[in-house]
Design a protein around this ligand. Sequence first.
Ligand code: F3S
Length: 400
Amino acid sequence: MYLTKEEEKMIQGEYGPAIEKAMKVIVKVGESLGAHRLIDIKHAHVSGLSYLTIGEPGLLFIKSLKEQGAKTKVFSTLNPVGMDLSNWQKLGITKDFAEKQHEIVKYMYDIGFQESLTCTPYLIRKPEPGEHLAWGESSAVGMVNTYYGAYTNREGGPLALMSAITGKTYKAGIHLPENRVPNIEIVLDDSVDFSDPGIAGIIGYLVGEKVGSGIPLIRPKIKPGFTAVKAYTAAAGASGSIAISVIEGVTPGYKELVKEAGSIEKIFIEKKEVIELLPDRNELPDLIFIGCPHADIDELMDLKRILDKCGEPSIPIWVSTSRYVYDIAAQHGVIEALEKKNVLVIRDTCPVVSPATRRRFKKIATTSSKSYFYLPRMQKSPTIVIPFEWIGEYACKERN
Ligand code: F3S
């Protein structure tokens, strides 16, 4: 691989052992993927920080990086961890777990990461079309490529961390414009409503299953909004490994990408496939969960609107969001209103990456098809997926 003079100095250890090691890893991965050079990035986003998933080996790795003097070179954010840092007792997290999780977060802040702890880092720093990033977290990767038109591969947490402290990534995969061209068209049944985030997630789930790692082209009848695209990309990156979709009216450079694609294979998504994934409306869950990816302000306001129409919900509701969105919602009185309805608003974490959920619920209803995919696998929690508009029906239902 060709390296600039500055990159040579970095890999030869002139800037310390942390940068030397990080450069060696990035170059090695890049070479294995056929990259001929490195590129500068504007923003790194590191996933895989829950003590539940990385345990003691992960904690010691991060500690050693910090002790070697690692410092972030670019704007760098962190994915959710295993608990709400300031409200972990309410989630039933043990003191021992909380201490370990705090330790991990402290090392990352010492290295220079922003106080973020969210899978929606694009709300903290808005990505520009065409800029290069190194992001972990498949949902954020799908969103940033599809909705914002910025460029990142689906990185693992450790590699994104190496990019954070060097400001570099390898030039391969979808950093190359020719690798962003759609190769399969998804034809949606006209009566499938892509604008409901719950349904958009189900579409993503089906697309992920059908397409695997391809690049889907979608021409929805009605342009989906931000929250729907967020739900779609998260699910498509969970049931499949889709890192970019090309959506009419949404994806920057749509016309050029479609022209480049030419004539491509088509596959169909019928309304009955969507309906088959929905539960029987009489099945009552013991938890409703919203906020995977972390809820944005519109979702919080929509939830408030739905709950305003009923008394105290008959089923507990958990919402996970970022501190960034939480603070905006709090300023508008939305958090207070939700808490009055006994909604638990969680920051810094989510039920998928927190031990708080494990085997605790008999049936979780969620508007997130990503959670529908992961909660049974990671937390052994039976889960059903519902459209956003069903929340009122479930939450406001009288229980016998
Ligand atoms: Fe975010 Fe947790 Fe879902 S990290 S995308 S809320 S699984």
